[in-house]
Unconditional design. Structure first.
Length: 115
């Protein structure tokens, strides 16, 4: 995984072609790149992001942003009640409580995965 200017790339290796290839994830537009070495791949990724941003600017369009900060999650009514009570008891809004606790949980998960 690589990150540049807020854009994240998913990387794979094609053993037949003996080449690394990547794609920016989290956006609707398709932006890909490739390289034979890690250094080439990193360079191609950065160039692809820069080219994408320049292309959008040239066309007068806003580039697709990786994340808006909003997402809809369906949960059980019982979990909703528990979250509400936990937030209330902490003196926080549900949004603040979820942000704090999701951030803690995700940081731990990523750390456990070595990211």
């Amino acid at each position: 995984m690589m990150v540049y200017k807020g854009y994240t790339a998913k990387i794979a290796f094609d053993d037949e072609a003996e080449i690394f290839h990547g794609e920016i994830v989290g956006i609707k537009d398709v932006v890909t790149f490739q390289g034979k070495t890690a250094a080439e791949l990193k360079k191609a990724f950065k160039e692809s992001v820069d080219d994408y941003l320049a292309f959008c600017k040239e066309r007068g369009e806003a580039p697709d942003k990786p994340f808006t900060g909003k997402f809809v999650v369906r949960i059980t009514p019982e979990l909703h009640r528990k979250i509400y009570l936990s937030a209330k008891l902490s003196g926080e809004s549900i949004n603040s409580w979820l942000n704090k606790n999701l951030d803690r949980f995700v940081d731990k998960e990523l750390k456990d995965c070595g990211v």
